[in-house]
Design a protein around this ligand. Structure first.
Ligand code: GDP
Ligand code: MG
Length: 166
């Protein structure tokens, strides 16, 4: 199996850290260059089970300019074309305005969305359930996967879930 996955989420939720964890330092460093092109490849993960091409998707945030407006149109066409969307959030921050804006945008695409609850190392396990509920109330996610991109917890499970959608 092989396919394309878009990674979206507010700044600082851990998108680059997750790519570091999955693909390795080299490619993730490349992705820290200014994001000016569309459908930038974040990295390619290959295993016996399949190949996942991760796309960086800038411009999903609230447009503040004409360029931002263009970027946001590009982002929407990308989201409609990929096999799955990884929507990363920061559980230590919880559901905020930035996440709500992205969720509104997701309502315009049919692509399955995997909610990735990142930074679980920063909260107590009992705090996780109410956070899950707050997101679940807003959108019908295909999967919900708690991880720590930094520590590597549950990242293998996330990869297995992604491969199911390719
Ligand atoms: P991006 O803007 O979405 O690419 O976010 P980054 O990957 O640059 O991460 C932003 C900050 O969050 C960095 O300081 C990371 O070390 C930290 N971070 C990312 N993932 C985790 C995690 O799972 N746990 C903790 N505690 N920190 C994390
Ligand atoms: Mg980044």
């Amino acid at each position: 199996k092989s396919g394309f996955v878009a990674i979206i989420g507010r700044p600082n939720v851990g998108k680059s850290t997750l790519m570091n964890q999955i693909i390795g330092q080299k490619i993730a460093i490349m992705s820290d260059k200014p994001q000016t092109t569309r459908n930038k490849i974040h990295g390619v993960y290959t295993s016996d089970n399949g190949q996942i091409v991760f796309l960086d998707t800038p411009g999903i945030h609230k447009p503040t300019s004409k360029l931002g407006d263009y970027m946001s149109k590009v982002a929407h066409s990308t989201l409609g074309e990929v096999d799955a969307i990884l929507f990363l959030v920061d559980v230590a921050e919880g559901l905020g305005g930035g996440d709500r804006y992205i969720i509104e945008q997701l309502k315009h695409v049919e692509t399955p969305v995997i909610l990735v609850l990142n930074k679980i190392d920063r909260v107590h396990p009992e705090e996780l359930l109410p956070i899950i509920v707050s997101y679940k109330d807003l959108y019908n996610f295909a999967e919900i996967v708690p991880i720590s991109a930094l520590k590597g917890n549950n990242v293998t499970t996330l990869l297995e879930q992604i491969i199911r959608y390719l």
